[in-house]
Design a binder for this molecule. Sequence first.
Ligand code: IPM
Ligand code: MG
Length: 357
Amino acid sequence: MSQSVLLLPGDGIGPEIVAEAEKVLHEVNDNFGLDLRFESGLVGGAAIDATGEPLPKKTMERAQKADAILLGAVGGPKWDHLEMALRPEKGLLGLRSGLELFANLRPAILYPQLASASSLKPEVVSGLDILIVRELTGGIYFGQPRGIRTLEGGERQGFNTYVYRESEIRRIGRVAFEAARQRNGRLCSVDKANVLEVTVLWREIMNDLAKEYPDVELSHMYVDNAAMQLVRAPKQFDVIVTGNMFGDILSDEAAMLTGSIGMLPSASMNAEKQGMFEPCHGSAPDIAGQGVANPLATILSVAMMLRYSLNAEEAARAIEAAVSKVLDQGLRTADIMSPDGRRVGTSEMGQAVLAAL
Ligand code: IPM
Ligand code: MG
């Protein structure tokens, strides 16, 4: 049965990297007889420029109908002056919450070919393979009330609310336990239960779930310690599960262990296996339009899309093998450049992956 993919290039380097990923997607569609249909849409700053809003109704409708979404990146200095509700980031957050994409999977894998690109010593990171499971539609990102108010006396106060319901904790916990079960059987839940009640509840629910997964070894860590352990001895981690904001921060940190955030894909899934797939990096306005951005994180996001939403494991593996092959060939974009590498641009890298496929 035909499945549909919605392409949302977005802003900055988004259009350049999605263009390369799109070619890869067409190639595997033909090679593996996947019968995919493609649509595209506007989100973020590109949507603001065209329609005045970061997530036009038409885009949301297309997203609801799609089996999977490939997103480039959103945001840039051009739109930074806008009020919060009209900023490009709201497009992304609106898609996440509108489609209930509560489970964000962010793998941090060190490609052996790139060991020297990490800022940590090779022995600390070689073989690194961590999966961060970040709750994506709750927590302080979405808690109400929020805003900036004026107090008596005229001073202003900014406020947000950090809340989690039991059911929200339980469903992200299940995703993480299942993932740990498929991997090395170790799950570390990251919280701030020494200070924040919301994470006291988080910890309690995780302990409760652990009874259903006797084959998974559950541990807990405070977020400040987790941030430190990630740079001290990152290989102690297998799967990490945490809330929205801690996950945002720790996933950038984990990404950098691998040398470049330009290599890392992500998946955001709902309960129906519908997913939005995007590189972990942002829109990189400083290098947009120059043809130098690394398209591999987006291409690897296509692999995650095939695996998690489109039921095409074989095609996913083919893409991952092709990426590994181009790294073996010594091809490097600026962000992963090494002394012995051959420097290539965005489209040359995309072309090389196609050839390797
Ligand atoms: C991410 C990004 C987003 C987030 C921004 C762009 C809203 O940093 O996907 O990690 O904070 O979730
Ligand atoms: Mg982030």
